[in-house]
Design a protein around this ligand. Structure first.
Ligand SMILES: *[C@@H]1O[C@H](CO)[C@@H](O)[C@H](O)[C@H]1NC(C)=O
Ligand SMILES: *[C@@H]1O[C@H](CO)[C@@H](O)[C@H](O)[C@H]1NC(C)=O
Ligand SMILES: *[C@@H]1O[C@H](CO)[C@@H](O)[C@H](O)[C@H]1NC(C)=O
Ligand SMILES: *[C@@H]1O[C@H](CO)[C@@H](O)[C@H](O)[C@H]1NC(C)=O
Ligand SMILES: *[C@@H]1O[C@H](CO)[C@@H](O)[C@H](O)[C@H]1NC(C)=O
Length: 783
């Protein structure tokens, strides 16, 4: 029996999103995603689509008789990763559908944000050498691998997508170039092999902007062009953002083929379209799916990305998704299903420094991509003020804004000065416009409490830079304690490389634990996501603001949206080097070889406060492609393993059928513990007091993926307060493909509450044969 799921809006939506969604509430119809049991199709309907149409026609239309929209519109028919359709329906019609025997579930569509961090334009850069190395050679740079990029489309004319020197399109490609308006078939080539658009749900939910092409795979936002070129862009010389980060731009898998599925517009992406894009990508024969978007986690049977990704991994397609940009708070990680590869963001060793020089001689180094360096006369000192003290008072008595939002500054108090604005409340670059319009001559965007010590480089439209949370305290103290606070700005226009320590965990990167499946550690790993340079469309300002008249072929932006395609590219190389590896094997290889120490040989630091990060921030660690291509051992997971896991998670047979299209009787499946899913990480709960457990036994199976014999021994780092032992201290393998199972006992050291009140402690388990290090993080949650 079907059921109508309540419409839940999420805190991840920006204010723009809530406005859009409020509008949908007052409409009479909205998009619903409908899961159908296709095996119940009566024989007199020639095909599934005709059957769906007739079902829709049979619905009563009385409830919408007064509206323009009295015909029911079929938006997408899904037949690969999901069985069913999406359509514009009134709530009454949706309710009617739930009573039909063939309908398993009906749930409302929602818009999911693209992950460019909290506001749409965080800034970034990517380090690349372009030199062939082991993994590029072993995989022929991904030449036989197809990456399906689900995003805002692509700007096909960019040089990053040229096909010179590429061999024929891989023979397993079954898709097409159907790019729609302003996207003739001739724009596809041996690099960009497919282009389609799935925007019906978006068009129905969000209002189109004039400039937005919804009936086309052409990118009118920028995000999709950037992510596609990050994953698989060709080598392009003389790339830079107005001179910043000058050098060669190259994607991670430069010969991998790109198939584009436009499922998003400037305001986000509809779940119904995402599902349509995944459905087609799987049918078309892609090998990796890259999805830099997502909404707040939900039970998997209500989550189009969890459902679609299950269908993908079942077909051997690795599914890589962004972890979200809601850090550094805990339990913020999204895209958490165990079959997804969930990618957090880290920094690289590059910076774009700019200085705020206080009149007392102190120099505070921030970060900026301001392109008009010459606009600021060297050593010009002007008054420095804090936005909270120069903003207009709110008529209802609310305290003045500290964020330099449009129309909040008092021009009389700002003219000729540098204004310190708190970050938040909207676009950072826009603050430079607001200050300039009020007559100010410089802007300092300051990380407010909780935004930490990380710096994003932004293309300010007037002299501007960003400073850290601790620097903000220093500056505010200086302003309030000086009679005549003054400062100067210094823009060198330089790109600093070799910055230490690197990498660090980006402050905005979403953190574990996983709220849906606490025994599956998320994020899985981290990759570069801060200040990433990649391709950008024509006609779109780098800040996406209308006041910004600049145009550029490359942009520098930040977010887990940028880290996800790095891992998609690495996965494509691994697939190229090991065509027979399952998605779980590829993910395992990336996780067990990930590194957890930085260039100073210290545990990766967290930009929040520059203290050590942990597995909730970095997952297994930072992806290391050269090691991942030769991991020694992997943890594989079958589709049946996931079914057992879903049973153990308490999903019933209807819910499991919505996710997996499989009829499962959980009382017949082999009972397993949640922590026994063969994951390359271990997360358990321990508690010293009843009814919690003081000991957990975990089972894992490894597969030997090297030629020849090897002997592995185990090394353990205990989480504080627990003792970890393994039943084998040694595993001997004689040939490739051999599997061995071991058990791990995790014992609480003593009764009572955990030491120092921490809710989680972290350890590691490493198998090594001298050459390979196969490491799994261990997380103990005290309950
Ligand atoms: C590159 O790959 C080819 C074919 O896989 C192999 O024969 C060759 O040894 C590799 N070269 C290097 C330098 O690894
Ligand atoms: C490199 O790019 C810059 C800016 O796009 C351009 O002015 C310059 O002529 C280019 N140089 C070469 C050698 O192509
Ligand atoms: C803002 O104004 C208040 C009240 O005049 C003053 O106490 C405070 O020091 C000012 N703060 C800054 C940062 O200027
Ligand atoms: C499964 O749970 C849903 C609620 O999520 C409920 O509506 C449905 O009837 C249940 N199905 C079975 C077979 O228990
Ligand atoms: C599930 O399996 C159990 C045990 O074999 C059986 O008793 C039960 O009838 C089955 N349920 C369904 C819905 O098939």
């Amino acid at each position: 029996m079907g059921r109508l799921w309540p419409l839940v809006f999420t805190v991840l939506f920006s204010s723009v999103f809530s406005i859009v969604l409020c509008k949908t509430n007052v409409q009479t119809t909205q998009t619903f995603i409908v899961r159908v049991q296709n095996d119940l199709k009566p024989p007199h309907h020639p095909n599934i689509k005709a059957w769906y149409r007739s079902t829709l026609t049979s619905l009563s239309s009385t409830s919408i008789a007064q509206t323009q929209d009295s015909h029911v519109q079929l938006l997408h028919v899904y037949n690969t990763v999901f069985h069913g359709f999406s359509a514009r329906l009134s709530p009454q019609q949706a309710e009617e559908l739930t009573h039909r025997p063939e309908i398993l579930a009906v749930f409302p569509d929602r818009l999911l944000p693209i992950q460019t961090t909290r506001t749409p334009q965080f800034m970034g850069i990517r380090a690349s050498t372009g030199a062939p190395n082991g993994i590029l050679n072993d995989s022929d740079s991904g030449s036989n691998v197809i990456i399906g990029v689900l995003d805002t489309g692509i700007w096909p004319e960019r040089l990053n997508f040229h096909d010179q020197g590429l061999g024929p399109v891989p023979s397993h490609w079954r898709g097409k170039c159907d790019g729609g308006e302003k996207f003739p078939k001739t724009l596809c080539n041996k690099k960009l092999i497919g282009a389609r658009y799935f925007t019906g749900g978006y068009g129905a939910t969000a209002q189109d902007e004039e400039t937005e092409l919804t009936n086309s795979a052409r990118d009118t936002v920028g995000h999709g062009t950037h992510t596609a070129s990050t994953a698989a862009g060709r080598h392009v010389g003389n790339a830079s953002f107005f001179g910043f980060a000058h050098g060669v731009a190259i994607g991670v898998a430069p010969k991998a083929r790109i198939a584009v599925y436009k499922v998003c517009g400037s305001k986000g992406c509809a779940g119904s379209d995402i599902l349509g894009g995944i459905d087609s990508a799987v049918e078309d024969g892609v090998d990796v799916i890259s999805v830099s978007l997502g909404g707040e986690p939900r039970p998997y049977f209500l989550d189009p990305i969890a459902i679609g990704s299950f269908g993908a991994i079942e077909k051997g397609i690795l599914f890589s998704a962004s972890a979200g940009n809601s850090g550094p708070d805990s339990t913020t990680v999204i895209n958490v299903a165990p079959w997804i590869t969930t990618v957090g963001a880290s920094t690289i060793d590059r910076k774009f420094p700019a200085d705020l020089v206080l009149d007392d001689g102190r120099v505070i180094t921030g970060s900026s991509l301001f392109t008009g360096q010459s606009a600021w006369t060297k050593d010009k000192y002007v008054p420095l003020v804090y936005a909270g003290n120069v903003s207009v008072k709110h008529p209802d008595g609310a305290s003045p804004s500290t964020h330099c939002l449009p129309n909040t500054l008092d021009a009389n108090k700002v003219r000729g000065k540098i204004v310190v604005c708190d970050r938040g409340g909207g676009s950072r670059v826009e603050k430079s416009v607001v200050v300039k319009e009020a007559g100010g001559i410089g802007v300092v965007v300051a990380n407010v409490d909780g935004l930490g010590e990380g710096l994003l480089a932004d293309p300010y439209l007037s002299p501007g830079l960003e400073i850290t949370e601790s620097a903000r305290r220093t500056v505010l103290k200086y302003i309030s304690s000086s009679k005549n606070p003054r400062a100067s700005l210094r823009f060198s226009g330089t790109t600093q490389v070799g910055v230490r320590p690197a990498p660090t965990i980006a402050c905005f990167s979403s953190r574990g634990p996983n709220v849906i499946s606490p025994h599956v550690l998320k994020p899985d790993l981290v990759a570069p996501g801060v200040n990433i340079l990649a391709a950008w469309p024509d006609g779109i300002a780098p800040s996406e603001l209308s006041a910004d008249r600049r145009r550029t072929a490359f942009n520098i932006i930040s977010g887990t949206s940028m880290s996800c395609p790095h891992v998609s590219g690495v996965a494509a190389l691994l697939k190229g080097a090991h065509p027979n590896w399952s998605p779980a094997m590829i993910k395992s290889a990336m996780m067990t070889t990930a590194y957890t120490h930085d260039t100073d040989a210290k545990v990766l630091r967290d930009e929040r406060d520059f203290k050590s990060s942990n597995a909730f921030g970095m997952g297994a660690g930072h992806v290391d492609p050269e090691k991942a291509v030769d991991p020694g051992l992997v943890y594989d997971i079958t589709v049946d393993d996931y079914l057992h896991f879903l049973c153990a998670s308490g999903y019933n047979s209807t819910e499991i059928k919505v996710i997996t299209r499989k009829q499962v009787n959980c009382s017949e499946t082999q009972q397993s513990n949640l922590w026994d899913l063969n994951y390359p990480a271990i997360a358990v709960s321990l508690g010293a007091s009843a009814p919690s457990k003081s000991e957990v036994v975990v089972k894992r199976t490894v597969t030997h993926v090297c030629n020849g014999a090897s002997t592995y021994t185990v090394k353990i780092t205990n989480p504080k307060g627990a003792i970890v032992t393994v039943d084998h201290t040694k595993m001997v393998f004689t040939q490739k493909g051999q599997k061995q199972t071991y058990t791990v006992r995790i014992l609480a050291q003593k009764a009572g509450l955990p030491l120092d009140g921490k809710m989680s402690e972290f350890g590691r388990l490493t198998w090594t044969d001298g050459k390979h290090q196969v490491t799994s993080p261990i997380v103990v949650n005290w309950s």
